[in-house]
Design a protein around this ligand. Structure first.
Ligand code: FES
Ligand code: FES
Length: 221
């Protein structure tokens, strides 16, 4: 990985090469709204190393707290969840199994649920990544958070961010899901504490509150 001050970057908006230093100082042509690829000359190896430069949009709620945009450098083999946690400092996405089983690392990419531990950071170039921090501003997730609280649907909370991402996907895309379907749809999220009953209760309550799911008072667990 080269010195970022010696890097040049290909601006994908203007298709021109600019110095990364100038870019870091904020390119006036596309401030904070582009995603580009940076190639840096590694002085020690006399070789080119590929570095990906992610420029996060100013208005992104996931990163704007205390910042009006950010430049992040990471290597091409860096997994998305590590970029989110280590480079962006957003710790809401958790690391459990690190091989796609537990769901603790889930985020949304262009509205689709993905596993951050199985997705390369470079794979989201040009796409919108919603973490649990950013999604907390949405009304539907706020309802789910409230429901999880009311139904005591978490204990240690380690699984909760990934579980809430799945729950949000259910509310958005499976509004008619019954309890069995809810269980099936969260089966990729491991919870070591709750036994899932309260989580299903919470998700079902939100579906009912949206008057999408028919009333199932006394439904079997
Ligand atoms: Fe990604 Fe478990 S940490 S699925
Ligand atoms: Fe502890 Fe789910 S609340 S793992």
């Amino acid at each position: 990985i080269g010195n970022k001050n010696d890097s040049v970057a290909l601006c994908l908006n203007t298709n021109t090469w600019v110095s990364a230093r100038a870019w870091i100082a904020k390119c006036s042509r596309c401030p904070g709204h582009c995603v580009g690829q940076s190639v840096s000359l590694d002085a020690n190896l006399h070789d080119y190393s590929l570095i990906w430069l992610l420029i996060v949009a100013d208005e992104s709620p996931a990163v704007t707290s205390g910042s009006d945009g950010a430049f992040i450098y990471f290597t091409a083999d860096r997994k998305l969840v590590f970029v989110i946690r280590n480079e962006l400092g957003l710790k809401g996405s958790h690391l459990g199994c690190e091989h796609g089983v537990c769901g603790a690392c889930q985020v949304m990419v262009d509205g689709q649920v993905v596993r951050g531990c199985l997705t390369l950071g470079v794979a989201v170039q040009g796409k919108t990544v919603d973490t649990i921090e950013g999604l907390s501003d949405s009304g539907q997730l706020a309802l789910l958070q409230q429901a999880f609280l009311q139904h005591n649907a978490f204990q240690c909370g380690f699984c909760s961010s990934g579980m809430l991402i799945s729950a949000l996907d259910i509310v958005r895309h499976h509004p008619d899901a019954d309890r069995d379907e809810i269980r099936d749809l969260i089966s990729g999220n491991y919870c070591r504490c709750t036994g899932y009953q309260a989580i299903v209760d919470a998700i079902e309550s939100v579906l009912k509150a949206q008057r999408v799911l028919p009333t199932t008072q006394g439904a079997a667990a």
